[in-house]
Design a protein around this ligand. Structure first.
Ligand SMILES: Cc1cc2nc3c(=O)[nH]c(=O)nc-3n(C[C@H](O)[C@H](O)[C@H](O)COP(=O)(O)OP(=O)(O)OC[C@H]3O[C@@H](n4cnc5c(N)ncnc54)[C@H](O)[C@@H]3O)c2cc1C
Length: 417
């Protein structure tokens, strides 16, 4: 058992899980966030917990569809006017990741990172009220085109190689499985071993409460930089004031880019913005999360109603939300679920922390011995959070990580942004 102190920056799912694993390993942990716990991207995601997430977003063929999506104002992908040139280096790198060879490599790394997520959450929540927030529900993917929900031959190969159980469904089987859906879907794919979180925000808060009960300190403050000497970070600047530290983990989601740059590691981290609507008392209740694969959003039953969440928008981390994108989800809800009641709808947007090869950064800071990076899980942060936290805690403790972290090293971007 170690009694060294660790400062974790960012109380999203990754920072909170890191804090809990570290606390259980005997570290004295302070978790700092500029805002309330769990109100970044981890607040309003679709809650899909997917040990079977082995198909990267960036697969060959995506760039055939992307121009059409961009041209359609109601499409699943948007780049804000004025941001295109800023996004271009990221998008160029992302295009390069969408080759078969790169996608297969990414898929293997995703499998290593995601496959143990449910067990890791189970370990963190056992015997607490948080355990009931996660269940193995299965997940359904549906398409309005025949034989499309299961994805390309490459996607199927990735699932097969990882041993992910997946059942292809025709339109009738989709209807039988999820009778709440409108009869517009021609194909489906059931991933029976995937799960869901009934409320991501409640889960992050519950995990933070457990960490606090186990001895962690949760503090409010905005981190703006560091003081360092040679390879050692000596203090962290919180709300303008330096505070001494022994070790630090950067888990600040999409805002990690700025903090890592201050630690001499410029990384091509981008805010991949997404939106949700949550419908209270919708009058329809799908049994499991349903993802519309053509329109790229998920419909998830939550303990606060039915949530539709997804789509991608590049516009920079500080841009105001374009609520029109959330409104589009309302129209989708009416189309997908006949009879859905849309009287009480809340909307939200959040910044997914994304890197152009579709994998997170999980590493010791290249220029410092006592700083560590854990962020960049993009579309899969709820699925990866429990394991990211475990691996980050292993790095801090200086023990061999439970999986090979070579694909997640910061140096893969060559030190340039
Ligand atoms: C619409 C949408 C749907 C999604 N659906 C799913 C899904 O179904 N399944 C899935 O696995 N993933 C999903 N995701 C992705 C997932 O939500 C993210 O990958 C995950 O929440 C990222 O967690 P995080 O802890 O890295 O970052 P965050 O949750 O963003 O947390 C970062 C924290 O750092 C704090 N912070 C930032 N800067 C500072 C600073 N300078 N000082 C102090 N604190 C700071 C922030 O306040 C924030 O609380 C979805 C995302 C979106 C947007």
């Amino acid at each position: 058992m170690s009694n060294a102190t660790v400062t974790v920056v960012g109380a999203g799912i990754v920072g909170v899980c890191t804090t809990l694993w570290l606390t259980r390993a005997g570290f004295k942990v302070t978790l700092i966030d500029a805002g309330p716990v769990g109100e970044g991207a981890s607040f309003g995601n679709a809650g899909n917990i997917s040990p079977g997430a082995v198909v990267p977003y960036l697969i060959p063929g995506i760039w055939r569809d992307a121009p059409g999506w961009l041209m359609n104002p109601e499409g699943p992908l948007a780049v804000r006017p004025g941001y295109f040139l800023k996004a271009l280096p990221y998008l160029t790198r992302a295009v390069k990741s969408a080759t078969q060879e790169a996608a297969l490599k990414t898929s293997r790394a995703m499998h290593a990172l995601h496959s143990g997520t449910l067990e890791a959450y189970e370990t963190l929540t056992r015997g607490t009220h948080a355990a009931a927030l996660i269940e193995v529900s299965g997940q359904l993917y549906v398409s309005e085109k025949p034989a499309t929900a299961q994805g390309s031959a490459l996607s199927q190969r990735m699932r097969e190689q990882a041993g992910v159980k997946a059942v292809a469904l025709d339109w009738m089987e989709v209807r039988e499985l999820e009778p709440t859906l409108a009869p517009i879907f021609k194909s489906g794919l059931l991933l029976p071993n995937n799960g869901r979180c009934k409320n991501p925000h409640h889960l992050v808060k519950a995990l933070a409460d457990i960490a606090e009960r186990d001895g962690a300190t949760i503090a409010r403050g905005k981190v703006s930089g560091f003081e360092a000497r040679d390879r050692h970070v000596q203090s962290i600047i919180v709300d303008g004031r330096p505070q001494p530290l022994e070790r630090v983990v950067i888990a600040a989601g999409a805002a990690s880019r700025e903090l890592c740059a201050k630690l001499g590691s410029p990384l091509p981290l981008e805010a991949e913005r997404g939106y949700h609507i949550t419908i209270e008392d919708p009058g329809v209740a799908p049994r499991m999360p349903v993802t519309h694969v053509d329109a790229k959003f998920a419909c998830s039953p939550m303990n606060v109603g039915l949530r539709l969440a997804g789509t991608i928008e590049y516009g920079g981390i500080d841009a105001a939300p374009n609520w029109q994108r959330a409104e589009l989800l309302k129209a989708q809800a009416a189309r997908m679920f006949p009879g859905v009641k849309l009287d009480k709808v809340t909307r939200w947007f959040g910044n997914r922390p994304s890197l152009p090869d579709g994998l997170p950064v999980l590493d010791q800071a290249p220029k410092f011995d006592n700083a560590f990076f854990a962020f960049g899980n993009s579309h899969f942060g709820m699925s990866a959070g429990s394991v990211m936290g475990k691996l980050a805690a292993e790095l801090v403790a200086g023990v061999k990580p439970s999986i090979d972290i070579a694909p997640f090293r910061a140096a893969r971007f060559g030190g340039s942004s």
